[in-house]
Each structure stands twice: as structure tokens, then as C-alpha cells.
Ligand binder design. Sequence first.
Ligand code: PBG
Length: 341
Amino acid sequence: MTTSFYTKSQTSQQSLSLSRRPRRLRRNEAIRKMTQEAHLHVEDLIYPLFVTEGENTRVEVPSMPGSYRYTLDLLLAEVKEAYQLGIRAIALFPALDEEKKDATGSESYNPNGLVQRTIRAIKETVPDILVITDVALDPFSSQGHDGIVSEDGEILNDETVEVLVKMAVSQAAAGADIVAPSDMMDGRIGAIREGLDQAGYTNVGILAYSAKYASAYYGPFRDALDSAPKFGDKKTYQMNPANAREAVTEIDLDIQEGADMVMVKPALAYLDVIHRVREQTNLPVAAYNVSGEYSMIKAAAEKGWIDEDKIVMETLTSMKRAGADLILSYFAKQAAQLLAK
Ligand code: PBG
């Protein structure tokens, strides 16, 4: 052993530590695979999709290269393709025409609204894919906020929750499997659970965006839906990015109110929060690999600065390692293809 440069007192310690060689488990591909701790599976992936009015059109979101707003006919083809790749769930987000938006988001519970029609069409075309719907006012609100806005600019909680219940029930009636309230109003999970049960939709699940932060990482998504707030920001309802203990409070409340699954959003800058939430509950934990996380990777890859495929797999796997069971990602199809290789 080459210990000549150690002092006497270090020598015994050093040779002791060298009897432990963690590199043995990294020697070749087989042993690395055998000892791998976290795994990404295609079943973990939820594919978020943007739907818009019209026919035979898909428009690329400028800040999200490779992501599109689809008209319903083309969306169905995309859903089929995702299903063929092994993806078993999609999360649906509507981009509404401006004239359909109003102060109370009333289009959100129109039984023939864009979301409701889309759910029905997906269920007819690809019946086995799980349809997860967003329950929030912002795509339907002329103000671009997730809640009804009072005359003095306050985001009203309880009035908003009433609309959310109607929205969730109408999505369930159209065939949604899981509704996903994303607006961080207080008491919405309990109210939606009660509303669904009273309407007979006891089998429709709730994926609660429990720990959703007031994040700049949502920028590209708001471009996709034209849903940026018309004034102010979302800090009175979404969480302060500096807080992790508060996430535990939010998770506890949503579970008490009847959530079937909980979510942390964004994911990449909040891996510690995912980890805490994992320790806190035995329910499935979802992480949302949001638009800004997607766009950063796409932009750097376009410049040739990073290896996109490798970064995508490393990023998604890090979310599994942190404790997520499910990952919403615009990279879902790409990841499914890479997993199949
Ligand atoms: C709004 C909603 C947002 C996202 C999903 N639902 C944006 C926001 O809160 O302003 C963001 C998703 C993403 O950035 O990918 N209810």
C-alpha cells in the first residue's frame, strides 16, 4: 500500500477507510444498475397538454419549443401517441378565447365548454388514459387571477371556492378521472370533495396542488395560455418560495380535507420540499416539472450547451430520488421514448 506520505497517526485510519471501497459498486454497468436506488418509470409520468378552440391547428408556444397548443382534433392524435408510448395520464389545460373570459370564470362550468368537450372526446378515443383536469379560475378569468377579484383588488377565497366546486363537478360529469385544484385557495379540497360526493362522483379523485409556490418558473406556461395576471402577482395565495415548513401545513390540511394525492410545484428548485412531503405522508406525492424548468433545458440545449436527453433523464430521476411518485412533465413523451431504448 502506498502510505508513505501519511504521518504515522493517519496511516492506520487511512488504510482502514480504504478497506471500504464504494467504487466496487460502480465498476460496470451491471453492478451500477443492480444498485440503482431511484428509478423513473413511464407509468410515473403525467403529460400536461394545452387545448384551444378551432380545427386542425397546432401552434408552438414560443417560450416552450416543442410544446404546442392543440385544437381538439390534433390533441386527440397527441394523446393517442402518448398512450402508445406507455403514458397513462394527461393533465389538461385550456387556452380560451379572450371573449369567453369573465370576472367570475363562468365558462369554467359550461357543460359544453372547451374542457368538458375535450374530456368527452379523449374518453371516447383513448378510454384508458387517465384524464386529470385543472381546477382553477385563471384560464377563464378576465383578470388572469386564480380567484374572483373584489373591487379593491382582493382575491376572494370563499366566493372562488364556490366556482371551483361547480367547475370540478362539471369536469367529473364530462368524464374526468381526477380533478386537480391548483389555485391554493383555502378550504377548496374539502368543498370539492363534498360537491363531488353530493353529485354522485364518489369515484373521482382529487390531486391537490398542496404546496404550490409563487414562482417565476411559471412564466412560459402563462404565455401558453395567455393567462398572466392583469395586475399584481399571486403572492396572497401561492406560497413564499422561502418556506418549507408551511408546505407541511398545507399538505396536512389537504389530506384532512380529503385529497387522494398531493403535489409539490415547481419541482426542481423544491426537491427539499418534495423530500419533506414524502416523509410526511403515505399518499402518492406528485411533482410538477413546470414550464420554466422545461424552457431552461430547451434553451440551453438549443445553444448546444448541454446534452438535452441526458439532462432530462437526470432531472426527472432527481425528482424520484427526492421522493416523488408521479411527475408532471412536458418532457413526458421524450422521457418515455428514452426509457424504451
Ligand atoms: C394556474 C396554473 C399554473 C400552472 C399550472 N396551473 C400557473 C400559475 O399558477 O400561474 C403552471 C404550470 C407550469 O408552469 O408549467 N392555475
